[in-house]
Design a protein around this ligand. Structure first.
Ligand code: ARG
Length: 474
């Protein structure tokens, strides 16, 4: 339990129905105000919309609503100024605010909870809170994408080895590699946008679980709060947290993408690879080894991915055994959700900045390309285009690679005659080899030839960047 500064007053029974107060330990165990006060402004907004509706429907008097409005304005100011006296005895954010309201405006404050329960209240608060956070995270994803697109455009022509099995496979451009992460982030944006639709439904009106006997107007409250509609079943409305689980699943994927990128940044920055350097402000040194510059930020992001994945499993497990409708278990949804939002937001904010500060080392990338026979597939394709069946071409080039390994050289270093000698066991290949083969063995030729949507040709990388500029609106 975090914030031990929140005071508790002397023990008192929960209500007139109880004979004895809860123990201090139970009070702390069941309270959530330590953390759910983070939703204080959403709680106030929800209450105001509810009170306005009650007044419009004639369930409370107009004067009561005016008093509630004035009291809430006062409370909002107190919270903003850090003056609000949070009290552990009042268990959660909802009761703390309601109690203060009653202290400020008397009976009108006591009327606020008419036709409502904390069960539909808390479900509304979380949805309001998460909706804003989703919008903020989408904006952060876009800033991160923007940084990727900028760097990708600068490196649309920068050749690097593309890997499969972490072995040099074929040349790609660094820009193409970065745009892969931009695509992933775009799916993350789409997932969040879709998840937001299900977050954006109003639970209020469900009351404790069965609805309420007052003549409420749920559509009015929904419109007041910017919800696109109301939850269709009261039992589901108060107990559903799958919107939070879905969000956390989307967040886990964001972090998983970031973690994959992190792994590459760490690898690329290793002196054994040396493809990039990260700006000093994202790295730390070692307390013992003066030469070290460690990529702490990507390492931590990779580590924090485990934490968010853990929250997803935590929330799924929280929900799996719950019968309808509300159960106190649900109070445990907030900390993982808050921490997920904080972790993802901080990570994206840092990554947008870090990507901008990546220093690329094209020479190291070019040197690595020379070591892995990266244009071997291009040589096979060359033979195929001249009529050799692909399997034979594959074998002929395998022989050439074997010869190059034996000689300790790369394929472009062979003369035409040397290539023919190397491939002599595939006689059908020999007459097809001509002086134009030199062109296909170059990295630039290999890159330029993959000139279709989704390919690595510099022209396509620039086109992909332009597509994203349009999507991102810049
Ligand atoms: N603090 C509670 C939560 O986070 C609010 C709802 C409590 N409702 C109840 N009937 N105990 O879920």
């Amino acid at each position: 339990m975090s914030d031990q500064n929140i005071p508790a007053t002397p023990a008192k029974a929960w209500s007139g129905r109880f004979d004895e107060p809860v123990s201090d330990l139970v009070k702390r165990y069941t309270a959530s105000v330590f953390f759910d006060r983070r939703m204080a402004f959403q709680d106030i907004c929800g209450s105001l919309a509810h009170a306005k509706m009650l007044a419009r429907q004639g369930i409370i008097a107009g004067d009561d609503y005016a008093a509630i409005e004035a009291g809430m304005a006062q409370i909002r100011g107190e919270i903003e100024r850090g003056e609000f006296a949070w009290n552990l005895d009042d268990e959660d954010v909802h009761l703390n605010i309601e109690k203060r309201l009653t202290a400020l405006v008397g009976d009108a404050g006591k009327r606020l909870h008419t036709g409502r329960s904390r069960n539909d209240q808390v479900a509304t608060d979380i949805r309001l809170w998460l909706r804003d956070e989703i919008d903020a995270i989408i904006a952060l994803l876009k800033a991160y994408q923007n940084a990727l697109v900028n760097l990708a455009e600068q490196h649309a022509d920068t050749a690097m080895p593309g890997f499969t099995h972490l072995q040099v496979a074929q040349p790609v451009t660094f820009g193409h590699h970065l745009m892969a992460y931009c695509e992933m982030a775009q799916r993350d944006v789409e997932r969040l946008t879709d998840c937001r639709k299900r977050v954006n439904r109003l639970p209020l009106g469900a009351a404790a679980l069965a609805g309420t006997s007052y003549p409420i107007d749920r559509e009015f409250v929904a419109a007041e709060l910017g919800f696109s509609g109301v939850c269709g079943n009261s039992l589901d409305a108060v107990s559903d947290r799958d919107f939070a689980i879905e969000f956390t699943a989307a967040a886990s994927l964001i972090m998983t993408h970031i973690s994959r990128f992190s792994e590459e940044l760490i690898l690329w920055m290793s002196p054994r690879v040396g493809f990039i350097d990260l700006a000093d402000r994202f790295c730390t040194g070692s307390s013992i080894m003066p030469q070290k510059k460690n990529p702490d930020v990507p390492e931590l992001a990779r580590g924090k991915t485990g934490r968010v994945n853990g929250h997803l499993i935590g929330l799924l497990t929280l929900m799996k055994g719950q019968p309808l409708a509300y159960n106190k278990d649900n109070q445990e949804d907030k900390e993982p959700l808050f921490d997920t939002v904080d972790t993802v937001s901080d990570t994206l904010r840092i990554f947008a900045d870090m990507v901008t500060g990546i220093r690329v080392k094209p020479d190291a990338m070019a040197a690595a390309l020379k070591q892995g026979f990266a244009t071997a597939t291009d040589l096979a394709d060359y033979l195929v285009k001249k009529g050799l069946p692909f399997r034979d071409a594959h074998e002929a080039v395998a022989l050439a690679v074997k010869a190059a390994v034996g000689r300790g050289c790369d394929l472009p270093e062979f003369t035409l005659d040397e290539l023919k000698v190397a491939m002599v066991e595939v006689p059908r290949a020999l007459p097809l080899l001509d002086t134009d083969v030199a062109g296909v063995l170059t990295v630039a030729g290999s890159l330029a030839s993959r000139n279709h949507v989704g390919g690595t040709a510099p022209e396509q990388v620039r086109a992909a960047a332009a597509r994203f500029r349009a999507i991102l609106g810049n």
